[in-house]
Design a binder for this molecule. Structure first.
Ligand code: PNS
Length: 159
């Protein structure tokens, strides 16, 4: 049985993330989505909120499990017993940092990282841009799952 761990901040999950996670679930028997809980980083949504947004958006896909984690990714990867790490790659801008992390994770614990090319329809979509657009009242309905769009509206509206 093959397994993959897809780690990320997912603050919040976008349609680009969801597409990559679904395609990963088509390739591997078991997929764990690891939502990082980083106390040093300010996130808009708590890890619990991000897990529930992913759970809602990926409902019905039997071989995906969503879990939050703290600490080193490789330690979490060992604890779930995954074969490989999988990340989505949008454009060249992502590549430098992703390569650095992949090489560090390999050095730390021999984990290989595989990359899935993001659907070009979502190539420009990032969690940070989505938050910024929502903050200034722009429409993000076509960029994020419905539950995320609602949550962003609640978080960013004045009333
Ligand atoms: O969605 P992101 O922000 O690109 O995800 C980054 C993530 C969660 C993969 C990375 O920050 C991470 O692995 N954090 C856990 C701490 C860790 O292991 N850091 C060293 C990475 S080489």
């Amino acid at each position: 049985m093959t397994s993959a761990l897809c780690p990320g901040s997912f603050d919040p999950p976008t349609n680009g993330h969801i597409d990559v996670l679904k395609r990963c679930a088509d390739v591997f028997d078991q997929v764990v989505v690891g939502v990082v809980k980083n106390p040093a980083k300010t996130s808009m949504f708590s890890a619990e909120d991000r897990v529930s947004m992913l759970t809602d958006s990926l409902a019905g896909i039997e071989n995906i499990r969503i879990v939050s984690f703290e600490g080193l990714l490789v330690d979490f990867a060992r604890s779930v017993g995954t074969d490989v790490l999988v990340k989505g790659l949008r454009a060249l801008g992502d590549f430098d940092y992703e390569l650095q992390m992949a090489q560090m994770n390999h050095r730390l614990a021999d984990f290989d990282t595989l990359f899935i090319a993001t659907d070009p329809n979502y190539g420009y979509v990032s969690s940070s841009l989505v938050k910024e657009v929502a903050k200034f009242g722009g429409s993000v309905e076509s960029l994020v799952p419905p539950m995320v769009a609602r949550a962003l509206k609640e978080r960013t509206s004045d009333g």
